[in-house]
Structure formats: C-alpha cells, structure tokens
Design a binder for this molecule. Sequence first.
Ligand SMILES: Cc1cc2nc3c(=O)[nH]c(=O)nc-3n(C[C@H](O)[C@H](O)[C@H](O)COP(=O)(O)OP(=O)(O)OC[C@H]3O[C@@H](n4cnc5c(N)ncnc54)[C@H](O)[C@@H]3O)c2cc1C
Ligand SMILES: *[C@@H]1O[C@H](CO)[C@@H](O)[C@H](O)[C@H]1NC(C)=O
Ligand SMILES: *[C@@H]1O[C@H](CO)[C@@H](O)[C@H](O)[C@H]1NC(C)=O
Ligand SMILES: *[C@@H]1O[C@H](CO)[C@@H](O)[C@H](O)[C@H]1NC(C)=O
Length: 576
Amino acid sequence: MANKVLSEPIAILGAGVAGLIDAYVLLQDGFTNVTVITRDRSVGGTWSRDRVYPGLCINNVHGEYRFSALPMAPPVDGEKTGGHITGMGMCEYMESFYEKFLKDMAVFKFKTEIRSVARNAAGVWNVSVEDLCSGKTETLEFSRIVLCTGGCSKPKVPQELSMDAARLANYPGIVIHSSQFRLRLDDILASVGPKEHDGDKSKGTVLVVGGGKSAMDISAKLANEGRRVVNVFDSPDRFIAAKSAIPEFIRKSRFLSVISPHRVLRTRLERFLHTTRIGSWVTHFIWHMLGETSLDAYDIPKSSPLRTPFSLFWGIRTNDEGRVHPTSYYSLANAGMIELMVPARAVGYADDGKSVWLSNGEKVAADVVILATGWQSSWTGVLDEKTAADIGLGRHAPLTPLKGVEDSWHYKTLANPPSIHPDNAAGKWVTSVYRGLVPAKNIMRRDFAIGGAMFASNMGYMCEVSAHWVSSYFQSDPMRLPSSPEEAIAEGERASVWMRHRYPNMISWINESYSTGLDFWTWPQAADELLEDMHVPSQRSGGNWLTWPFRVVDLSEIAMLGEERRTIRTVNLNSA
Ligand SMILES: Cc1cc2nc3c(=O)[nH]c(=O)nc-3n(C[C@H](O)[C@H](O)[C@H](O)COP(=O)(O)OP(=O)(O)OC[C@H]3O[C@@H](n4cnc5c(N)ncnc54)[C@H](O)[C@@H]3O)c2cc1C
Ligand SMILES: *[C@@H]1O[C@H](CO)[C@@H](O)[C@H](O)[C@H]1NC(C)=O
Ligand SMILES: *[C@@H]1O[C@H](CO)[C@@H](O)[C@H](O)[C@H]1NC(C)=O
Ligand SMILES: *[C@@H]1O[C@H](CO)[C@@H](O)[C@H](O)[C@H]1NC(C)=O
C-alpha cells in the first residue's frame, strides 16, 4: 500500500537551490502533490535571472555546486578564474534543472509573495499568498511545509541609509540595496559616466557601502566598466587566493574540513589535529599560511585595511577568489581603481543634497549609493511570532541545563579565541533546530522542515543530502532520530552552544534563515551525520588511512541515494 503521506499536498516555500532540490527529491520519492512558491518570476533564488549579472563569479569551483542528477557545463573563462562558476552559469544550470525535472511534475507559483504561514485548527498549514501581478490574496492549505526562503533574500537596510532617509534629505541620486543591482545596472551606468569619458555627460561616483562579497563583486563590476567607485566598510571579508589554481586534492577534498574542528571528532586524524598541542600548532599554522599566502598572492600591502587581524580559522566570512586575475576586486583596489575609505561606516545623507556622511566625519559626494549591507532572516516576514513559538523556531532562553556543555569540547585548537560578540556573551539565547533541518520542538509531527539554512561552503552537496533526509523524515522511514521533542531540543541547544563556541564572533540567531548550522568548512562531517541518520554509508569519497583527506568529494557519490533509501524502506516493510 502506498504511503498516504505521498499523496498529501506539500508546499516548498522558495525556488532557490534548496527549494529546487527538495522538490526534485520529493518527486523522485513519489510525492504527487508538490507546490513550489516564489516571489520571483523565474527559478534560482540568489542565482535567478533578475539577480545575476555578467562578470559575477561565485565562490565555488566547477563540479562542486550542482546536483547529482545533472552535470554542469564547464564555466566560460574557467581558465582565467581557476574554474570558478559564474553567476550566469549557476542561473542557466538552475533553469535547465527546472526545465528537465520539475516543470511538468510540480506546480510552480511564480510572482507570488508568501504573506504568512500558520497551522489552522485542523492541524493543516494555511499559507497566505499574494499574487504580485493582480494583488489578489488567497489562502492555500498544505499538509507539510519545507521552508526554503533563503539566507540572502530579505535585504537588511540600515534605517539611516534607507531610500526614505534619502528622500527626507533631498538626496537626488539612485539608492538601492545590492539585491537590486542587476535590475538597476543600466540606470546606474547611465547616470554615472566612465571616468575617462570627456564628453558632456558628467562623470560621477558610485558609493558602495559594505565589505562583504556583494560589495566587492559590485565594486569590481563597476570599476571594470570604467566608473569611479568608492567603497566604504569597517571590516572586510577574508579571502583565499593563489597565483595558480589550487589543486583539486586540496580544494575539493576533505582537507579543509579536517583542519577545521567539528562538534564531534570522528577520526583519529581530527582528534590529533584538534586535541593535541602539536596538532593544534599544525592546524593553526596551515590556516595562517593559507591566509598569508592569499594576501601575498594579491600583493596586498602590509598596512592595507584588507588585511584583517583574524586568522581564517575563526571566520565564516571567507571568499574564494580563485586564481589571481587583474579584474578582481583586490587587483582593482591595489591599482586604485576602487577607492577605499576605511575603516568607516556610512551614517546618513548630508543636507547638501549630494553627499553621504561617514562615521569618521568625512563626506563623500556620490551620484549612486549601493547598500551592500547584508541580509536579515527571511523567516520573520513569513512566520509570525506565535507560529514560530509553536514550532520552536527562533531564539529562546535555554530549556535544557547547558552549564558545562562547553567543557565537553576540550579542543586545543579552540584555545585563545577572538573576543566574543557582545550579544553572545551572556549566553542568554539559543536556537534549537535539530540537524539544522527540523525545529526540535515540532519534530514528532513530521510536518515542517527547513532547507538551505545551513551555512556550508558546498551548498550543492549539503542541500541534496538534506533533501533526502527531509523526505525520509516526512515518510517515517527507518532513521536515527531523537525519541522525544525534549531530546531533540537538548541536542539542538547543544548544537547552538557549539556554534557560539566555534565562532564566538558570529551571532546565529540574527540571521536565523542562514545559520541553523555553521558547518562552513566542516560540511563533509555534517553531511556524514545526515547520511548515517538515514542508515546509508558515509565518508563516501573513500581512500585509505593515508589518502582519505585528499580524495575529491564528488556529487556523483550521492547519485543513488534515493535507491539506497528505497531498499532500506522495503527491507524494513517486509520484515515488519
Ligand atoms: C551575491 C551573492 C553571492 C553568493 N555567493 C555564494 C557562493 O559563491 N557560494 C555559496 O555557496 N553561496 C553563495 N551565496 C549564498 C547563496 O544565497 C546560497 O548559496 C544559496 O543560493 C541559497 O539558496 P536558497 O535556496 O537557500 O535561498 P535563495 O536562493 O535565497 O532562494 C530563496 C527563495 O525564496 C523565495 N522567497 C523568500 N521569501 C519569500 C516570500 N516571503 N515570498 C515568496 N518567496 C520568497 C525567493 O524568491 C527565492 O525563490 C551568495 C549570495 C549572494 C547574495
Ligand atoms: C493537491 O492537494 C490539493 C489540496 O488537498 C487538492 O485540491 C488538489 O486537487 C491536489 N492535486 C493533486 C494533483 O492531487
Ligand atoms: C486558514 O484558512 C481558512 C481559509 O482557507 C480560514 O477559514 C481559517 O481561519 C484560517 N486559519 C488560520 C489559523 O489562519
Ligand atoms: C546573513 O548572512 C549573509 C550571508 O553570509 C551575510 O551576508 C549577512 O551579512 C548576514 N546578516 C547578518 C545580519 O549577519
């Protein structure tokens, strides 16, 4: 008899990478009533057609950020960028994945804003949506929800720099958040002429606010278009770069994950590296060298603000710049093609009708202001406080005694951490999302899961394994799961304490929709845990005692996961 769960309606909220692979796995597993909802007019989320622009290159290299069912074409200009995938490449890949596997199998509701999600009296999920073309609202009902609204889909704009603030100050220029860059690019290029242009069109300045990847990408794009760019930030992202492409056995293997401590040290090598004095020295030395050689690869001067004091080890704001190339942010900044006004924050619009004030008392005249000021949790707009509290999503005071938990990680590598973020210090708040996928309090109901919220450097692999985990969880497949909400909450809260312990400077509950797990480098260990939960083999990249850290991790190793799970399910049914 077919599992009743399969025919019940299920909603996937969001059509980014996470939403697409979740839809795919559920359909492959036999779910027959799948609806995907997005405000965009096409698939891809961050990589949708309205967001990517020519020249945008992503952190990931070819072969890494994809799904097992569809190979990806090698990137255009791959030679120049060290194999880095382009934004356009990601967009085209997501669109063909949709065309090939999803378009005719699931219902896609585009240009549809999700206004609220709440469980109604009958225990069914009410999803209220607004058609962005007609303005009509309706309430749809679903038995299950997968929340995939993303970590970079709800812009964060400081009040004092907002479009409203600009209007109040009679600032006449263009003000946008980085997410609108693609859509407004032509306007920007039209309103600020190229620097060496001698015609009548006035030359001008674009002010880019922020020190993260979006700020850098946008600054580089505009500088490469010949525009005058001023970039202001108080601390920049860190980066990895090399004169020649980093070899696959380092870049795409488990190497970087092994030299990063995970919550559980599962191998002898990891225990050596993170719990012994020598191991810790070796680990920190490797990270230090990685950081220094990257800075040197770009000849970043010793006094440059682009040299931040922290080791790569402690951060998750690290971008992979790939192979050194003349059109990258760092080359352009070195050459003065991007002017840095740092460290400083933009604090508001001046009353001269043309400038922006900086925190150091200086003023910058600019015709365009681009706010690459980051993102906030996309969940707040979708789940009201009551629903979030009902299912246990969101920050809360600890429900389990957590005193002494940190002592269980006696890692030598975690001695001498950077100072703790003031909001973290008291340890007042925790979150409890089991495995980064299910709000722990709701775990027994099997009707709500999350996709894409784990912060990992290989989103393709992580999202695909997570999608299988979620499907198994919905179907009540044989799995390793906590036996009560209390157990799940305790586990979730310990994981939350770990995140703070590992990255003291990061506040996970500010950006909840992107930080249910901070397994940035350690995604292979996190993926292994999920595989073992499903009772399928882990550590799939293989190798012997010596070679395993250097074996390339490839998406093809999880291509048969659906089959493997089916076998386990059937054996279990037959023996029951
Ligand atoms: C400029 C930039 C560069 C990045 N570079 C990298 C990189 O190199 N490597 C990397 O791993 N990650 C990178 N990221 C992070 C990137 O966001 C993730 O890798 C990944 O694409 C997230 O996928 P997702 O499906 O979770 O969310 P998203 O791609 O953000 O998709 C969210 C979906 O939810 C929809 N949605 C959200 N809220 C609502 C609502 N209320 N109503 C209707 N629809 C809604 C959106 O329309 C969208 O369809 C980058 C992000 C940005 C912004
Ligand atoms: C999906 O479920 C909804 C709500 O129960 C129902 O109205 C619809 O007919 C179903 N569609 C399919 C294809 O089964
Ligand atoms: C759910 O939606 C129905 C309409 O489809 C409405 O009657 C009901 O009040 C809603 N319940 C909640 C809790 O929002
Ligand atoms: C949320 O996460 C994104 C992705 O890393 C980051 O760019 C953004 O700055 C974060 N926002 C906050 C408030 O930390």
